[in-house]
Design a protein around this ligand. Structure first.
Ligand SMILES: [Zn+2]
Length: 264
């Protein structure tokens, strides 16, 4: 069964050395969009990744600590998740379930607003366990996690272990490496077919077509998993004749048509 339609959401822009996105890449700083997806399904709206939040964007000390003094990201006026949903006529309280590819701050920023609205949050249990252990040790910022995004006691987590269906036409693919419990998303639409959203398993198209893993892994021992995840995404893409979408690619983002009524 497929989902009904899908909107892409833009949360902001960040500046990163290309070497973070592509193993062996240069130190050249590239501007990369932060984006997510909301999918209309027969079980309600499913939000895939939540962006960075207004509090983080307004905190220069945190941004310097995580990105570097000259590389602060930016977003819209207002909270990025609210603004992005509003652009497509939706509100946070309309979401039935959200999913977080991984706990980096440019993906976890909406958890608080979603929790305020009573929305459950799907995540790989391995990612949550890792993030909570890092927070308990006080070392989460060294891997670009913000404890304040994901340690609230009232978050309604839906812990996943590998592949899972979130709603009819929306499922997750386990793609560890970039972080220990990273996951990607698969969306089936009635007219445009299968879309695979790599998230940060592949920031750029280059990661995909050259099969080069991400340049940044939270745990050095996970580097082989990052390449295995790229191979899995490309193999799944071929098997399903899917569009495989990189997670932070400005060329993709500008080139794709964002129809006002959503993709169908
Ligand atoms: Zn990331």
């Amino acid at each position: 069964m497929s989902a009904q339609r899908m909107f892409m959401l833009e949360y902001g822009t960040e500046l990163v050395p290309k070497s973070l996105s592509v193993l062996g890449g240069s130190d050249k700083v590239i501007a990369t969009p932060i984006y997510g997806v909301v999918v209309e399904t027969s079980d309600g709206l499913v939000l895939l990744d939540t962006g960075i939040n207004a509090a983080a964007l307004a905190d220069p000390q945190t941004l310097t600590e995580i990105y570097g003094a000259d590389l602060h990201p930016w977003g819209p006026d207002g909270d990025p998740l609210k603004v992005a949903l509003d652009r497509v006529g939706l509100a946070v309280s309309d979401i039935a379930v959200a999913a977080i590819s991984h706990l980096h701050l440019d993906h976890s920023g909406g958890i608080g607003l979603l929790t305020d609205a009573g929305v459950p949050i799907a995540i790989q249990q391995a990612e949550l366990d890792y993030g909570l252990a890092r927070a308990a040790a006080g070392t989460e910022r060294s891997v670009a996690f913000l404890a304040e995004d994901y340690t609230r006691a009232d978050i309604c987590w839906r812990g996943l272990d590998g592949e899972a269906e979130l709603a009819p036409g929306v499922s997750v693919i386990s793609t560890p490496g970039h972080t220990p419990g990273h996951m990607s998303f698969r969306v089936e639409l009635p007219q445009t077919g299968t879309w695979i959203f790599a998230a940060d398993a592949a920031d750029l198209s280059e990661n995909l077509f050259e099969r080069i893993p991400c340049g940044s892994v939270a745990e050095p021992d996970d580097a082989p998993k990052a390449l295995a995840s790229i191979n899995l995404l490309m193999d799944e893409g071929e098997r399903l004749d899917a569009r495989v979408i990189p997670g932070h690619d400005s060329v993709f983002w500008k080139a794709v048509w964002h129809p006002l009524g959503g993709h169908r």
